[in-house]
Design a protein around this ligand. Structure first.
Ligand code: SAM
Length: 530
C-alpha cells in the first residue's frame, strides 16, 4: 500500500484515561462517539483525515451493544458505495458524489468519505488477507455487507490517521445501525485483532513463508496476481526495468491528484491557481488540484476548464502538433476522434484546432456517451465540430482517405488507470484482453483507411499491456503498405514542458504513474504515405 494513503501512526486514543470513553453508561444517539461524530468530525483535517492525537491506543470498555448507535455519515457514505459496487456492479466514482450529496457531507467529511471509500476498495486484496487471519471462518461465508464494513474498519485502522478506538467504535456503530446488533459484536472482535499490528507488521505476517515474488507483490500492494504479472511484463516490453514493479503498484494505490486543463483559447488557469491549484509540470495549460470539490473552480462549470489526466492531455497535444506528410491541399484540416465518449480528448483537440479552422468529427456508438461528447464540445463554436452516434469501424469504409488527423482512443482494459478506478482491478479479467483484441484491431484498421494521404493516426490506450498496445499496431501494419511509424516519444517530448519525458521505446511511447505522475497512457503515431 502506498504511503500516500496515509500510514498508520500505530498509536491512538483521545488522551483521556483508559476506559473513559465508555464511562457514564450507554450513549444516546446524537451524543457522539469517542470520535468521528461531534468532536471527532471537528478533528478531521482539510483532506478529511482524522488526526491522531497521540497517547496510547484506547478502546471503549463498553460492550458493543452499549456504544455508538448512530452511523457516522461519512462512514455511512463509504459503506453505501462499497455495497453498491459489490451488489450492483456500480462504479464508485459515479455513486460517491450522489451519496455525499444525499448525506449532506461538508467538505471535510466528503474528503474523509472519499479517502475511506477509495482506500477500502483499492486495499481490498491486502485487507482481505489480514481479515482472513482474524475471522474464524472463510471470508466468503460472511454476510457481504459485514465484509464491506470490516474493510472500511481495516482501512481506517491500517492506512488512515484515525485513532484505533475511533475506527473501531465508529465501525461497530455503523454495523449496529445499518446491519444489526449481532454482527456488530463480530466486527468489534475482528477489528480489535486487526489493531494488534500496523500495516507493515500485517504485510510481514500475511506474506510470511511465501517465495513467489508475484504473490508477495500482489498481497503487499493489493493487486490481483495476473495484473502484477501483466504490468511487470509491460514494463519490460516498453524498455523499463522489471524491478520498477513495486513503485508502479504503489503508485496505483496513491490517491491521485486531480489534473486540470484549460481549453486553449477559451480559458486560462489563473483563477484555479488563485484557488490553490499548482501549475502542471509536464503539459502547457495544465494544473494539479487537491483542494476538494473541483466543481467550485471557475471555468469548470462552464466546461472551459476540464478535469483531465496529464497523460491524456499530452497524447492529444502530440497528435495535434505532429508534422503531416504532403496533403496535396492547403485548406483547413479535418480531424476525426473515432472513439470519442465521454469527450475529454475531443474537447481539447477541438479547442487546439479552432484557430486553424479545423473541423472535428467525433464518433461514439453509445448514445448517452455521445451526448457527453456534445456537452464537452459545447463551449466551442457549433460549426467547428460534428458528433455522430455510430460505429467507428464503419468510418474507414464510408469515408476513406478523408481525415488529416485521426485519434483512436481505443476501448481497453484500463490497466494504466487503476489509481483512478479503485474497483476496476478486481473486476477486470485476463479474458477481457482477448475479447477487446478484435475491436481494437478493427478500429485501428478503420482509422488507417479513413486517414488521408500525408495524414496521421494516433493509436492510444490507457493501458500499457502489450496485447492492446504494440501488438495491435504491429498486427495492423503487418498487413498494409504505405504507412510509417513516427517517433511517438519525440512527439510527446515536443509538446511537453521540459521536453524530456523519456517515454519513448522503439517508435511508440508509454507514460507511467510512478515515473510521470500520469495514467499509463500508450501512444503510437502512424503516417499514411501513399
Ligand atoms: C477509452 S474510451 C474514449 C475516451 C475518450 N477519448 C476521452 O478522452 O474522453 C473508448 C470509447 O470507445 C467507445 N467505443 C466502443 N466501441 C466502439 C466502436 N465500435 N466505435 C467507436 N467507439 C467505440 C466506448 O463507448 C468509449 O466511449
Amino acid at each position: 500500500m502506498s504511503g500516500a494513503d496515509g500510514g498508520n501512526s500505530g498509536t491512538g486514543g483521545s488522551g483521556a484515561p483508559r476506559g473513559q470513553a465508555g464511562a457514564g453508561g450507554p450513549r444516546r444517539a446524537g451524543q457522539g462517539g469517542s470520535a468521528g461524530q461531534g468532536a471527532g468530525n471537528r478533528r478531521r483535517n482539510e483532506q478529511g483525515r482524522e488526526r491522531n492525537r497521540g497517547g496510547e491506543r484506547q478502546f471503549s470498555q463498553a460492550a458493543p451493544a452499549q456504544r455508538t448507535r448512530r452511523a457516522d455519515p461519512a462512514r455511512l457514505v463509504a459503506f453505501e458505495v462499497l455495497r453498491a459496487v459489490a451488489a450492483d456492479d456500480a462504479y464508485a466514482n459515479l455513486v460517491l458524489p450522489g451519496s455525499i450529496r444525499k448525506h449532506r457531507l461538508d467538505r471535510r467529511d466528503a474528503g474523509f468519505a472519499t479517502e475511506l471509500t477509495y482506500g477500502a476498495l483499492r486495499g481490498q486484496g491486502t485487507y482481505d488477507a489480514v481479515l482472513a487471519r482474524c475471522v474464524d471462518r472463510p471470508l466468503d461465508q460472511l454476510d457481504p455487507a459485514v465484509l464491506d464494513a470490516l474493510r472500511i474498519g481495516v482501512h481506517q485502522i491500517l492506512a488512515m490517521r484515525v485513532p484505533a478506538h475511533a475506527a473501531l467504535d465508529q465501525t461497530v456503530g455503523l454495523v449496529r445501525a445499518v446491519i444489526g446488533a449481532g454482527p456488530s459484536s463480530l466486527v468489534n472482535a475482528v477489528l480489535r485483532k486487526v489493531t494488534a499490528r500496523d500495516l507493515a507488521g500485517w504485510i510481514i505476517e500475511i506474506t510470511d513463508g511465501m517465495t513467489d515474488a508475484t504473490a508477495v507483490a500482489a498481497l503487499t500492494h493489493s493487486h490481483p496476481e495476473w495484473i502484477v504479472r501483466a504490468l511487470r511484463q509491460a514494463l519490460v516490453a516498453h524498455g523499463r526495468d522489471a524491478g520498477e514493479i513495486d513503485a508502479l503498484l504503489a503508485a496505483d494505490n496513491a490517491a491521485p491528484v486531480v489534473h486540470l486543463v484549460a481549453l486553449p483559447g477559451l480559458a486560462t488557469l489563473d483563477e484555479a491557481l488563485a484557488e490553490g491549484a499548482e501549475p502542471g509540470r509536464l503539459a502547457e495549460g495544465s494544473a494539479y488540484y487537491s483542494g476538494g470539490d473541483v466543481s467550485r473552480l471557475p471555468g469548470v462549470a462552464a466546461g472551459t476548464v476540464r478535469v483531465q489526466d496529464t497523460g491524456s492531455q499530452l497524447v492529444a497535444r502530440a497528435l495535434a502538433a505532429v508534422e503531416l506528410g504532403d496533403r496535396g491541399t492547403e485548406g483547413p484540416e479535418h480531424w476525426l476522434d473515432l472513439c470519442a465518449g465521454p469527450g475529454g480528448k475531443t474537447a481539447l483537440l477541438a479547442a487546439i484546432g479552432q484557430d486553424a479552422g479545423v473541423h472535428l468529427t467525433a464518433t461514439e456508438p453509445v448514445p448517452h456517451r455521445a451526448q457527453l461528447v456534445r456537452q464537452a464540445l459545447r463551449p466551442l463554436p457549433e460549426d467547428t465540430w460534428t458528433v455522430r452516434v455510430g460505429d467507428g469501424r464503419d468510418v474507414g469504409r464510408d469515408q476513406p482517405d478523408h481525415y488529416d488527423r485521426v485519434l483512436v482512443d481505443a476501448p481497453c482494459t484500463g490497466l494504466g488507470a487503476l489509481r483512478r478506478r479503485p474497483e476496476s482491478r478486481w473486476r477486470r479479467k485476463p479474458a477481457d484482453l482477448v475479447s477487446l483484441a478484435p475491436l481494437q484491431r478493427e478500429l485501428l484498421a478503420s482509422a488507417l483507411d479513413a486517414v488521408a494521404p500525408g495524414g496521421v493516426v494516433a493509436y492510444v490506450t490507457c493501458s500499457p499491456h502489450h496485447a492492446e498496445t504494440d501488438a495491435v499496431v504491429d498486427d495492423c501494419l503487418r498487413k498494409r503498405e504505405g504507412f510509417e511509424r513516427i517517433d511517438a516519444g519525440a512527439a510527446l517530448d515536443a509538446v511537453s514542458i521540459g521536453g524530456a519525458l523519456d517515454a519513448g521505446h522503439g517508435s511508440s511511447a508509454q507514460l507511467w504513474p510512478h515515473v510521470h505522475g500520469t495514467d499509463a497512457m500508450y501512444l503510437a503515431l502512424i503516417r499514411k504515405s501513399l
